[in-house]
Design a protein around this ligand. Structure first.
Ligand SMILES: [Zn+2]
Length: 107
């Protein structure tokens, strides 16, 4: 992910550590931003996101929620699951709906 998008997410969402690296392309910036807006409402602990990456064509979003109330953890996992499912429909490189994007089909 480019430095501008990375800086934006770290600045707006304290659950990303200051030196956080997003291990996916910029096409998923909107997905990650959208998910982060929802997660923000759960008041997650600062720096609790451990990894955000692409695996097997889908977004993976990992958190350390060991210190969080069970209901919050269930809710966070639900929101993440929804967005991870959605990521299969969005081109990781350009953010187009898969099918509408003709440039990156081979990936
Ligand atoms: Zn594309």
């Amino acid at each position: 992910m480019n430095p501008k998008n990375t800086a934006y997410l770290i600045k707006h969402f304290p659950f990303f550590q200051k030196d956080f690296k997003f291990e996916c392309e910029d096409g998923w910036f909107n997905l990650i931003q959208d998910l982060s807006e929802k997660l923000k409402l759960l008041n997650l602990p600062d720096g609790c996101v451990t990894q955000v990456k692409q695996k097997m064509g889908g977004l993976r979003f990992y958190l350390d929620l060991s210190d969080v109330h069970t209901e919050t953890r269930v809710m966070a996992n639900y929101l993440i699951g929804q967005e991870e499912k959605l990521s299969f429909e969005i081109c990781e490189l350009c953010g187009e709906v898969v099918g509408a994007c003709t440039k990156h089909v081979s990936k």
